[in-house]
Design a binder for this molecule. Sequence first.
Ligand SMILES: C[S@@+](CC[C@H](N)C(=O)[O-])C[C@H]1O[C@@H](n2cnc3c(N)ncnc32)[C@H](O)[C@@H]1O
Length: 175
Amino acid sequence: MNEKEVNHLSNQLKRVYSANKTSERPFNLFFTNLQEDGLINRTCCAKVDGFRSYIINFKENPVTELFDSKDLVYLSPDAENTLQNLDPKKVYVIGGLVDDSVKSQVSLNLCQSLNLQCYKLPIDEFMERGETGTYKQILTINQIFEILLKFYETADWKQALAAGVPPRTGFIIKQ
Ligand SMILES: C[S@@+](CC[C@H](N)C(=O)[O-])C[C@H]1O[C@@H](n2cnc3c(N)ncnc32)[C@H](O)[C@@H]1O
């Protein structure tokens, strides 16, 4: 990850924390694979006020060492399966990737190599193409997180996707 991407990542992690903090039904949030002396942690500490005082779980270990792999649900825009619901017993994983330089199927490949369950958001089920847009379903970390939070609060994918999928994608809720 280059410096610009790490800056974007730190900004997205800040948004994730702040959305969780103000949510009516917050998640038990983990930032994993975050080495104390690594570039990502150092950048977040430099750019994000109070980063290491966030009331979340900071872990140096990868998620696969922290949880049983049968409980892990990895999210990927390239997954074949579509997420229908959120199970409070499962651990949902968003990849710490920013697509400034587009690398396709990174999450999916990782998932397959680790033999983890992999799901995409139900954008095709609940949204359709409006008049113009990028029609890209690859969203940022904080957008995915905010959609999951809204769904966790409302149990309504239409409401969650309408709030979190950016208008520039051109997707609109199906009537
Ligand atoms: C900017 S995306 C990274 C895209 C990257 N090309 C990849 O291979 O996943 C950051 C993370 O958000 C999640 N994500 C983005 N769009 C998604 C979608 N439509 N459905 C499920 N997860 C998504 C994935 O966990 C992904 O690792």
